[in-house]
Ligand binder design. Structure first.
Ligand code: C2O
Length: 550
């Protein structure tokens, strides 16, 4: 591979959407941010310079970071944040991955405005395992708030209630024509008839899983989270925050000059308030006489796709059960067939006492919290990886994350009386090359909600899923150990469970959290500490000299 250099200047930029102009944090003044393009095997070097008042850090979401945990990015986990006026060089190699991923800020809620695509092409000369597309187009979903990001986070954290919901969803930063004062800010995809387009879809929204569909067109899923899969056709796809998908769109021969709406709208099962608006883009076929192409921004296409209802859990379960690894000789599914450690984690919400001088909006005046195994993760004030590497863990974290829930769990659909959480910065320690099976069970305490769980540093195989209680006696017999989908983010079904397997072959401290930002803030997060192996190439090298200090 070759080395690709990028420079990210973090700077304030005025951006206008929905007739509201705000000064917001961007990379290089762009919203969404610049594309990272690399081939499998390339080294990527990104110099990030912070010119704003807030601390920042950047995460390369889904990049495995083999033996480069120092470049992973989550603030206070992999590194201390980059402070005002300082810089840090992220340096990593893309190993055995190709497809679409994305990068985003990983501190506070700055990823609301700081995100962009990572496009990983196969090695030179290696074809896609599907027909070569005529064109490739990133399609990135996000959210727009008229208010400042900081005002939104303060609302969520200081009132102990839910966050302000966004004012719009966006496609490539554009809300589209279904919002007031937004028609000119519409994503338009101009296509030729009879061609194949590769849409590189990314859900960079903060808090919502989304359905996506294009009127009168079929989408062929070919890759998720930068792993090829067995292709299948669908009219609608579901994508959680943190997930990416490559889909093929074959245009028809028969629609000269026609336009179609593409829509994205939330899948939401919880009880809280959320933005239930719809973002739209326009697919426009080239007119036979291209120069007389009508200006379509004046009138909306008549043809709209129909999307599943907001809480269509069955659609989501059916869709996700169709995802399968390609599992060929060239692209094998390396599913761990035996396991060294089995874990059972509950994930869900809970409550903590309302601090003095606050009015909290949780049940009975409590503050909302969220947990893994009843532990609400407290962020340290220094970086976990650094503390581990230099043997200074005392007072920073403890290696005693509970391997079963602190409160025995039984899903009945009725919330328990005691929803209080405990707090701590507790890690699971794994020897190098441990093969792990993890069952994650949604507790549905305070609402049946799907949680997209993202693991840093690894892909995992989703070997099983189901509703109700996970049954250790019955369910493992039905696990798919042959061609399960391989990914980095999976939605734990509302009132259900998923089982994943991964091989802990990457030394470092690896964050795992719900990719709904509000749940991360409330504590639905934990970290795995994977120890060095004995061989030289199984050890994490020392940090680069410019690693930020806290
Ligand atoms: Cu995309 Cu820890 O995040």
């Amino acid at each position: 591979g070759i080395t690709r250099h990028y420079k990210f200047d973090i700077e304030m930029t005025n951006v206008t959407r929905l007739c509201h102009t705000k000064s917001m944090v961007t990379v290089n003044g762009q919203f969404p941010g610049p594309r990272i393009v690399a081939r499998e095997g390339d080294r990527v070097i990104v110099k990030v310079v912070n010119h704003v008042q807030s601390n920042v850090s950047i995460h390369w979401h889904g990049v495995r970071q083999l033996r480069s945990a120092w470049a992973d990015g989550p603030a206070y986990v992999a590194q201390c944040p980059i402070q005002t006026g300082q810089s840090y060089v992220y340096n990593f190699t893309i190993v055995a991955q190709r497809g679409t991923l994305f990068w985003h800020a990983h501190i506070s809620w700055l990823r609301a405005t700081i995100y962009g695509p990572i496009i990983i092409l196969p090695e030179r000369g290696v074809p896609y395992p599907f027909a070569k597309p005529y064109k490739e187009v990133p399609v990135i979903f996000g959210e727009w708030w008229n208010a400042d990001t900081e005002a939104v986070i303060n609302q969520a954290l200081q009132t102990g209630g839910g966050p302000n919901v966004s004012d719009a969803y966006t496609i490539n930063g554009l809300p589209g024509p279904l919002y007031d004062c937004s028609a000119k800010d519409t994503f338009k995809l101009r296509v030729k008839p009879g061609r194949t387009y590769l849409l590189r879809i990314i859900n960079a929204a903060l808090n919502d899983e989304l359905f996506f569909s294009i009127a009168n067109h079929t989408l062929t899923m070919v890759e998720v989270d930068a792993v090829y899969m067995k292709p299948f056709d669908t009219n609608t796809l579901i994508i959680t925050p943190g997930q990416t998908a490559n889909v093929l769109l074959r245009t028809k021969l028969s629609f000269p000059g026609a336009t179609f709406l593409m829509l994205a709208r939330p899948y939401a099962t919880g009880q809280g308030t959320f933005d239930n608006s719809t973002t739209a883009g326009i697919l426009e076929y080239q007119h036979p006489n291209a120069s007389s192409s009508p200006s379509f921004s004046k009138k909306l296409p008549r043809l709209k796709p129909s999307l599943p209802s907001l809480n269509d859990t069955k659609f989501v379960a059916d869709f996700t059960s169709k995802l399968r690894s390609l599992a060929t000789t060239q692209y094998p599914a390396k599913v761990p067939q035996t396991i060294d450690r089995h874990f059972f984690f509950t994930v869900g919400l809970g409550t903590s006492p309302c601090p003095k001088n606050q009015t909290c909006q949780g049940p009975n005046g409590t503050k909302f919290a969220a947990t893994v195994n009843n532990v609400s993760f407290s962020m340290p004030t220094t970086a976990l990886l650094q503390s581990h590497f230099f043997g200074q863990s005392k007072g920073v974290y403890t290696p005693d994350f509970p391997i079963v829930p602190l409160t025995a769990f039984n899903y009945t659909g009725i919330p328990p009386n005691n929803t209080l959480v405990s707090n701590g910065t507790r890690l699971v320690v794994l020897p190098f090359n441990t093969s792990v099976e993890l069952v994650m069970q949604d507790t549905s305490i305070l609402g049946n909600e799907s949680h997209p769980l993202h693991l840093h540093g690894f892909n995992y195989f989703v070997v099983g899923q189901g509703f109700g209680n996970y049954d250790p006696a019955e369910d493992p017999a039905n696990f798919n150990l042959a061609d399960p989908v391989e990914r980095n983010t999976v939605g734990v079904p509302p009132g259900g469970w998923v089982a994943i397997r991964f091989l802990a072959d990457n030394p470092g401290v690896w964050f795992m959290h719900c990719h709904l930002e509000v749940h991360t803030s409330w504590g639905l997060k934990m970290a795995w500490l994977v120890l060095d192996g004995h061989l030289p190439d199984q050890k994490l090298p020392p940090p680069p000299a410019d690693l930020p200090k806290c």
